[in-house]
Structure formats: structure tokens, C-alpha cells
Design a binder for this molecule. Structure first.
Ligand SMILES: *Cc1c(COP(=O)(O)O)cnc(C)c1O
Length: 443
């Protein structure tokens, strides 16, 4: 973008100046609408979420057989939610302010099969594709016991087809492992920032890993191009996929059931704030869509991004969505936060969710590392850096009088609030990598 264009953009959108300066920024969305209104922008409904949930239930017997670690949950890929009171106390000291309400952690970091939030959307899209192919070929009926897919006959059938995806790491892990298990040929196009251990794990699972020296958007574009050449190849489009989005959205109703079991009340007098790390937007957008459908106006979703990759904030705040990338402003998109190193947001998610997300903020990598060490010290939970992005959210909300007053929150409501940090990854980080993360955070 030319310098005079940037100057003009800053005149109409002053926060852009702070984004370029890599300052930590918080922006609460003035366009936020009642849930029933906002949901009209999405183009997907509660029925679509129910359809996705039913599909995952059909596949559960297969998942339980193919991945024995999912047998305790009968093949349902779900994570635990737990209170983190010691971390809340530590954050009160760290931020030097009282933090009312109760802080919880949603441990998608420890989802089975691929150890990140991508075990929701990524795996779901592969399963849907497999189901479509098998049903069309007359090999499968919706009423069947899907554990029959775990067989040489089906692996043979799926081996005629291939799947491709572009990824910074975690999406590739989910799609690679799931596709290979079913028998597909699968290529993962990995951006330069992807971790070596993730590539190794994929290769060990029989996945073709294509490496790039460039960032995520180039890896995606190349994956897409490759797939176009081959009619038997299915490209999973992280930037635009409604299917991925719906896979994530199933989390909403499931969380509602978990909270009910744990006697956590969520209603207008007991608001729920959810802090979601955001890369291209599909994961947090899909989860937020599910949450809005499950909890309505009682839930408030806030997205968190690295100061070096604030693509969704930039896209929604300027209204330019996928038409602007952080690199257009000279921001380098270099961050230690796997999954969040994305320069250009999903235009689909930005527009679909533009009146449903209460706010956005950025934080520095160093902050993620320090919070990583603090969570380990206080609660004994180990995450990868990106998964800590949601942790400062509670303080950003409670420190913002403009937002709190505009929303009309009373002291009683804030005292009764639940603040949920969505921990998106880290369960499969090798021990020696984790030690390096911890050392960085402690120093
Ligand atoms: C992918 C990812 C996210 C964000 O999901 P998007 O769909 O890219 O927005 C957050 N955290 C982790 C660990 C991820 O891998």
C-alpha cells in the first residue's frame, strides 16, 4: 500500500497507527448487534450445526476404533473445561487490578488425535468428504455402523482420492492424520513458520509434506493450485470453508452441556465472556457462531491476535476484510504463535461474524511466553504460546469502561460472570520444545 493511502487510512481509522507501531491494542466493536439480528449475516443456521453434530455422532464408532485414545469418550472428540483460580489470582497481581467473576480454561490443547482446536474443524471436514464419497459410491448408508470404515476395503476405496491443505502446522496435523488414517493420499503445504516436529509427525503418518520458504497465504495458494490440476483431489480451503466453520461450531452446544453438568450458570444475569485466539478466523469464528447459537445474548466473544499478525482486527475494523493484509501496512507477520501467523483474514468469517464479536485485541509474543510459564507454575497446565493469547482478555474487558458502560453491565453481572480462555493448542508439543517455551517465559 502506498504511503499516502496509509496516511488516509489512519485519518479515518486511527487505531491503524498503533497496529503499525506494534502496540498492544484493544478494540470493542461499535457495530455489535443483538444475537438474533447478528446471526442473519452468517448464512448458516442452527440446523446446519445440528447436521454437523449428527455427522460427528455417526462417525464416533469409527473414531473410537481408529483412535483408541478416544474410547473413553466413545469416539467423540471433546475437551475438558476447568476453573483456574490460582492463575486468576496471579493475573490479578500481574495486571494490578481486581478481576471479578471466575476464570476458566477450555482445554482444546488436549483434544485427542491432533492436540489443538483443529481437531474440531479439520477432522470434521475430512470426515464429511469421506462420507460424501462413500455414500455416492453406494458403499455407505447414513444408518450404517461407521466402524466398518476401519477396513482394508474402505482404505482401498479412499486411496483413489487425495486431499490437499495449506497450513502453518496445526490444521495440517489434523487433516493429515485423519486423511491418512482413512486411506486418502494427502498433501500438506506448510508455511515457513511451521515447526519441524509437526512435519516429522506428519511424515511418520504417511503424509506428503510440501515445504515453503514463504508464509501461510502462499502455502494455501499453492495447495489450491496443485489440487486444481487433479480432479480426484479435494482442497480444504481454510480461508473460505463453511464446512470447517461448522465443524468448529459444534463446540457451542457441547460447552453448554458441560457447564450445566458443572453447575455453571450462563444467562443475562451471569454473562459468559470467551477469549479466542484468532488466525485466519475459521476456528474462533466457528466456535463463536456455535456459542452465539447456544447461549444467545448471554455470551460475549472476543478475539485475540499477536501484535505482528493482527489480520482479523484490521479487516473488521477497517471494513476491508480480505482486501487488506497486515503486510500492506509494513507489519511483518512474524510471530512465535503457531496458527496465528496469518496476514490476511478470512473475508467470509469477518463478514459473517461482524456484528457478533464484541471485541478484538492484540498482545506481544513475550506476553504469551510469560503467561505460558505462569499457567504452568500456578495450575500445572502446559500450552503452546498461541493458546495463551486469550489469557489477558479478562483484564482488557474489565479495564474498558467505554465497553462496559455501552453494554450496560452492572456490578452484580460482572461479579457473576464466567470468563473462559479458549486454550487452542499445545497438548502434543514435544518435551524439549516445551522446556524451551518455559525457559523463555520464565526469563
Ligand atoms: C489455528 C489455530 C488458531 C486459530 O484458528 P484460525 O482458524 O486460524 O483462526 C488458534 N490457535 C491455535 C493453536 C491454532 O492452531
Amino acid at each position: 500500500m502506498q504511503q499516502d493511502k496509509i496516511v488516509e487510512l489512519i485519518k479515518t481509522h486511527p487505531l491503524v497507527k498503533d497496529l503499525i507501531a506494534l502496540k498492544e491494542v484493544t478494540w470493542f466493536n461499535p457495530e455489535i448487534a443483538p444475537t438474533a439480528e447478528g446471526l442473519k449475516d452468517v448464512g448458516l443456521t442452527k440446523d446446519d450445526i445440528a447436521d454437523a453434530a449428527a455427522r460427528l455422532n455417526r462417525f464416533a464408532p469409527y473414531i473410537a476404533k481408529a483412535f483408541p485414545e478416544t474410547q473413553p469418550s466413545k469416539g467423540i472428540i471433546e475437551s475438558q473445561v476447568r476453573p483456574i483460580p490460582k492463575m486468576q489470582q496471579a493475573l490479578t497481581e500481574r495486571f494490578g487490578m481486581p478481576l471479578s467473576g471466575k476464570l476458566w480454561l477450555k482445554q482444546d490443547s488436549h483434544l485427542p488425535i491432533s492436540g489443538s482446536i483443529k481437531a474440531r474443524g479439520g477432522i470434521y471436514e475430512v470426515l464429511k468428504h469421506a462420507e460424501d464419497l462413500a455414500v455416492q459410491a453406494g458403499l455407505l448408508k447414513y444408518e450404517d455402523d461407521y466402524s466398518k470404515l476401519f477396513s482394508d476395503e474402505f482404505r482401498q476405496f479412499f486411496s483413489q482420492y487425495s486431499i490437499a491443505v495449506g497450513s502453518t502446522g496445526n490444521l495440517g496435523l489434523s487433516i493429515g492424520i485423519m486423511s491418512a488414517k482413512l486411506g486418502f493420499k494427502v498433501s500438506v503445504h506448510m508455511s515457513a513458520d511451521a515447526r519441524e516436529w509437526k512435519k516429522q509427525k506428519l511424515r511418520a503418518n504417511g503424509v506428503n509434506v510440501v515445504e515453503y520458504k514463504t508464509d501461510y497465504s502462499v502455502a494455501v495458494a499453492n495447495g489450491r493450485k496443485e489440487a486444481q490440476k487433479d480432479p480426484t483431489c479435494f482442497f480444504i480451503d481454510d480461508e473460505n470453508s463453511r464446512t470447517l466453520f461448522l465443524g468448529y461450531s459444534v463446540a457451542g452446544e457441547r460447552l453448554k452441556k458441560q457447564f450445566a453438568t458443572l453447575d455453571v450458570t450462563v444467562d443475562n444475569e451471569h454473562p459468559l465472556f470467551v477469549y479466542l485466539p484468532c488466525g485466519v478466523g475459521g476456528g474462533p469464528g466457528g466456535v463463536a457462531f456455535g456459542l452465539k447459537n447456544a447461549f444467545g445474548d448471554a455470551v460475549h466473544c472476543i478475539f485475540a491476535e499477536p501484535t505482528h499478525s493482527p489480520c482479523m482486527l484490521l479487516g473488521v475494523y477497517t471494513g476491508l476484510h480480505e482486501k487488506i493484509a497486515v503486510q500492506d501496512l509494513g507489519i511483518d507477520n512474524l510471530t512465535a504463535a503457531d496458527g496465528l501467523a496469518v496476514g490476511r483474514p478470512s473475508g467470509f468469517v469477518g463478514r459473517a461474524m461482524q456484528r457478533l464479536i464484541d471485541g478484538y485485541y492484540t498482545l506481544q509474543d513475550q506476553e504469551m511466553y510469560q503467561l505460558l510459564a505462569l499457567l504452568d507454575e500456578t495450575e500445572g497446565v502446559r500450552l503452546e504460546p498461541s493458546a495463551l493469547a486469550g489469557m489477558p482478555g479478562i483484564s482488557r474487558v474489565l479495564a474498558n469502561q467505554e465497553y462496559l458502560q455501552r453494554m450496560g453491565f452492572t456490578k452484580a453481572q460482572l461479579d457473576n460472570a464466567t470468563h473462559l480462555v479458549w486454550a487452542t493448542g499445545g497438548g502434543m508439543v514435544p518435551a524439549e520444545e516445551m522446556e524451551k517455551y518455559l525457559a523463555k517465559g520464565r526469563s
